[in-house]
Design a binder for this molecule. Structure first.
Ligand code: URA
Length: 245
């Protein structure tokens, strides 16, 4: 699935801070499309030979929210899209309950881009081989919040061996893809399909996502003072200059 078009975010304002890239949304999207083709041809681990289709990820390439799951299952492998089976339907339902839509408001990816045969757990060497793709995706999409779904994504991105039951619902600040980001560990929707109590907790944690995003958008908003300190950007759009009053 080719990532959806970049739209929505204001142009980058020049700041005296290493955390804001100079790439335009179009440049980031072009890079993402290049990466999509690279993942499609990938043979870095044996899963490249057994998969039907690589599952790159899908959604808004310019979203403030990313979801990271574990690995494609049978249906994802067949269609080449993430979360299109029962767990995906639940993910869409939970997003709908908070007024969000996967293609408009989020980008969905996985730790592994290829299906492990029989849906077995990802192996450490497969995770190591695939990890640069996920990190590059994060660096290009520039999300403010990454919701990690289940143990594999949570442990990989938090860098902690603490399991999802103890980490769920607790936002954590990290640096990923060269930028500050808030990780928000959540139960995997597949676990919620098996256990009603887990579904209840997942729903509870989803309800916090809009406020978390609003807080991070506010924190990421450049202050007029920072823009003045950086000086005028020769490439700035006229409406950015209005910030200077
Ligand atoms: N489970 C995942 O972790 N990812 C998918 O894409 C589908 C099911």
């Amino acid at each position: 699935m080719v990532p959806a078009g970049a739209h929505g975010k204001p142009p980058v304002v020049r700041l005296p801070c290493a955390c804001v890239t100079d790439r335009t949304p179009e440049e980031r999207r072009e890079e993402l499309v290049r990466l999509y083709h690279e993942v499609g041809d990938c043979r870095r681990c044996p899963l490249g030979a057994t998969r039907t289709k690589a599952v790159f990820g899908m959604g808004n390439a310019d979203a403030d929210l990313m979801f990271v799951g574990e690995a494609p299952g049978a249906e994802e492998d067949r269609q080449g899209k993430p979360f299109v089976g029962r767990a995906g339907k639940l993910l869409d339902q939970l997003l709908g309950e908070i007024g969000m839509d996967r293609m408009r408001d989020a980008f969905i990816a996985n730790v592994l881009k290829s299906r492990p045969p029989g849906n077995r757990d990802p192996q450490p060497e497969e995770i190591d081989a695939c990890r640069p793709y996920l990190e590059t995706q994060i660096g290009l999409i520039e999300p403010l919040v990454i919701a990690t779904l289940g143990n594999f994504a949570t442990k990989l991105l938090t860098g902690s061996q603490v399991g999802i039951t103890r980490q769920r619902g607790r936002p954590q600040e990290r640096e990923l893809g060269g930028r500050p980001v808030v990780l928000y560990p959540l139960f995997h929707p597949a676990a919620a399909l098996r256990t009603p109590k887990v579904l209840e907790q997942l729903r509870e944690d989803f309800a916090t996502i809009p406020a978390l995003l609003a807080r991070e958008r506010e924190r990421a908003r450049p202050s007029a003072l920072a823009v003045v300190a950086a000086g005028p950007d020769p490439a700035a759009e006229p409406d950015q200059l209005e910030l200077l009053g």
